[in-house]
Design a protein around this ligand. Structure first.
Ligand code: GLP
Length: 244
């Protein structure tokens, strides 16, 4: 149902009702991503509320990431965050395809090198074991979403060294090479976009980031991939289904 107005009889605070109204307008695409929302004054006139109330509603929606402010220009509707359901073992390419978006990558580095102590421990191999280190910016419909550094056992991944991964999926290439992925262990952590990452991700340094680490296992339950990624927290959220 259309949320028509503010109910002054309701025990629900007015600012909260206004938040719901704005949320509803975004949901129904009466307000679209990138579009300016009405000014505080317009909200006041339209709904018969105080400036304070309008301000609080807008401020909270900015804090929640649904709206963003631009100095001197106004308040706008943010792009919807991409959701990743953290259950299935999928690739970035697959995740984007499922949403009707096109994945592409900018390959920053692809090197064969000896495993350092951390990578060796994560992959359960000796230090110095040859690995392929692949660093990519991951784009969705041409917009940067994440920076990803994969460490792959050379033995398993050497075939991808000659593949142009800018338009191709690493996982699909590995599958073609006979790798069967059985499971992955993944962790999430809050963080900030570093100076070095900022330019690749197209956001200011210090922006919120979602740090994801993954270890992926093959059919023999051997880890073959250790990945660290920095996702833009303004564009990405993770959901899980919990079972009792
Ligand atoms: C996701 C995972 C990575 C994996 C990548 C493969 O982003 N977090 O661990 O390496 O997908 O992506 P693609 O097959 O699209 O190259």
């Amino acid at each position: 149902a259309r949320l028509a107005g503010i109910d002054t009889e309701s025990p629900v605070p007015k600012y909260y009702q206004l938040k719901e109204i704005i949320r509803d307008m975004i949901e129904k695409e009466e307000l679209r991503a990138g579009q300016a929302i009405p000014s505080e004054r317009e909200f006041c006139e339209r709904y018969g509320i105080s400036r304070m109330t309008a301000r609080q509603a807008i401020m909270e929606l900015v804090n929640e990431g649904l709206l963003y402010r631009e100095q001197g220009r106004g308040t706008f509707v943010a792009e919807k965050k991409l959701q990743q359901e953290a259950v299935r073992l999928t690739s970035f390419t697959q995740d984007m395809r499922d949403r009707g978006m096109r994945a592409s990558s900018r390959v920053l580095e692809m090197e064969v090198e000896p495993a350092g102590p951390v990578v060796a421990r994560m992959l359960g191999v000796d230090r110095g074991t040859r690995i392929v280190r692949l660093r990519r910016v991951r784009d969705a419909d041409g917009e940067p979403m994440a920076l990803e550094t994969s460490h792959l056992l050379y033995e398993v991944a050497r075939g991808v060294l000659d593949v142009d991964l800018s338009e191709r999926s690493l996982y699909e290439e590995l599958r073609k090479a006979g790798v069967r992925m059985s499971r992955a262990e993944q962790s999430y952590e809050a963080g900030l976009v570093s100076e070095a990452e900022a330019e690749h991700l197209g956001v200011p340094a210090g922006s919120p980031a979602l740090l994801i680490e993954r270890i992926t296992f093959d059919q023999n339950d051997r880890p073959f991939e250790y990945v660290k990624s920095t996702y833009r927290a303004d564009r990405y959220r993770v959901t899980t289904v919990l079972h009792p």
